[in-house]
Design a protein around this ligand. Structure first.
Ligand SMILES: Nc1nc2c(c(=O)[nH]1)N[C@H]1C(S)=C(S)[C@@H](COP(=O)(O)O)O[C@H]1N2
Ligand SMILES: [Mo]
Length: 207
């Protein structure tokens, strides 16, 4: 007689993976090889000839760059894991772009600047404290895994903040506003955690 078939339980991958990957996967996350697209609304159409990046607010010197000027800034490459609050993690992403600290060195924040609002084409925003953005893996990225950043993944330019949940890695960035108190971005206004550290499982403001 055939043995009764047990229902197959979907297994959280991170519980079965060997040390290194397991250690790199925050609590409640599952590793995926795919790179899902997560966007509220459609991918905005962006014309590189009118594209700008502006940095303003509590800075000594405001910045307003066109595409040629932006890609003329010294590039960096960062390899980092990416953790979406909807529980997928994609490990070993290679991002190429400009370090956030490079922009900071140009604009020189005033001493009372402590938070940043990031604004995007298509009307999305996030808030991040300035100190978290000063980490050396924070990059304004135009390439991913050796390819120009796909429009669905934030091309021509997205922010990548590996130590925060993915919603903070704002796609299609056009401005950074340095401010002196915390304000809330699109998801943070809707109950997602203002900081969003995946290692502390800071998913929602109220549990
Ligand atoms: N402008 C914008 N940026 C965004 C989003 C968005 O909806 N609009 N979604 C965020 C979320 S929830 C995640 S997990 C990542 C996903 O990036 P991906 O679509 O490249 O995987 O982008 C973030 N950046
Ligand atoms: Mo996400």
């Amino acid at each position: 007689m055939a043995l009764p078939r047990l229902p197959r339980q979907p297994k959280p991958i991170h519980q079965t993976l060997p040390g290194d990957i397991q250690e790199r996967t925050p609590p409640g996350q599952f590793v995926t090889e795919k790179f899902p697209v997560l966007t509220v609304g459609p991918t905005p159409e962006i014309d590189l000839t009118s594209w700008r990046l502006q940095v303003y607010g509590l800075v000594e010197r405001e910045l307003d760059l066109n595409w040629q000027e932006f890609i003329g800034l010294p590039p960096i490459t960062v390899t980092a894991d990416f953790h979406c609050v909807t529980q997928w993690s994609r490990l070993n992403n290679t991002w190429e772009g400009v370090a956030f600290t490079t922009l900071v060195n140009i604009v020189k924040p005033l001493t009372n600047a402590c938070h940043v609002m990031v604004y995007c084409y298509g009307d999305y925003s996030v808030n991040i404290d300035l100190k978290s953005l000063m980490e050396d893996d924070v990059v304004l990225a135009y390439r991913h895994d050796g390819q120009d950043l796909d429009p669905d993944h934030g091309g021509p330019l997205r922010l990548v903040v590996p130590k925060r949940y993915g919603w903070k890695s704002a796609k299609w960035v056009h401005s950074l506003e340095l401010i002196g108190e915390e304000r809330l971005g699109f998801w943070e206004e809707r109950g997602y955690h203002p900081r969003g550290d995946p290692w502390l499982e800071e998913r929602y403001t109220m549990e």
